[in-house]
Design a protein around this ligand. Structure first.
Ligand code: CA2
Length: 146
């Protein structure tokens, strides 16, 4: 049986490809989902790809991952920099590994993006490789999950 990986996306990521292509590139979230599904097929992973603009929904999905997923690739968007609730939810589903993902290099951007509330709870962080950050996270989850 293949492992299921949740790929969770937070606020405003549904706007990708429609605004600010200079920062995030031209791909839409649907394009990234298709890339993740193709990588999942190659890696032997089942991809469950979701996006919400609501913090509580993301908390609920992390809890759901504890029962249904071998790991989570998580782009929490701006909640990365603010959310104690997401930090706690990642801790709550331990030992399910959660990899923090960002399209942009948050450390090369505004100061407020340099802090992550979720990184201390995450297994690792991948940022700055554009949409390929998601594929790197899937490869890492493939290799660290049994
Ligand atoms: O680089 C990333 O993946 C981010 O998680 C993207 C978030 C940002 O708040 C994080 O600091 C880094 C933003 C999500 C997309 O926001 C858009 C805003 C306008 C137009 C298109 C997308």
């Amino acid at each position: 049986m293949t492992k299921t990986i949740f790929v969770l996306n937070g606020p405003n990521l549904n706007m990708l490809g429609k605004r600010e292509p200079g920062i995030y590139g031209g791909k839409t979230l649907a394009d990234i989902e298709a890339d993740c599904r193709a990588a999942g097929t190659e890696l032997g992973l089942t991809i469950d790809f979701r996006q919400s603009n609501h913090e509580g929904t993301l908390v609920d999905w992390l809890h759901e991952a504890a029962d249904k997923a071998a790991g989570v690739a998580f782009n929490a968007g701006a909640y990365t920099h603010t959310s104690v609730a997401l930090h706690d939810a990642i801790r709550a589903i331990s030992p399910i590994p959660v990899i923090e993902v960002h399209i942009s290099n948050v450390h090369a951007r505004e100061e407020f993006r340099h802090t992550s509330m979720i990184a201390p709870a995450a297994k690792g962080v991948i940022c700055g490789f554009g949409p390929h950050s998601y594929i790197l996270a899937l490869q890492a989850l493939k290799s660290i999950t049994q």
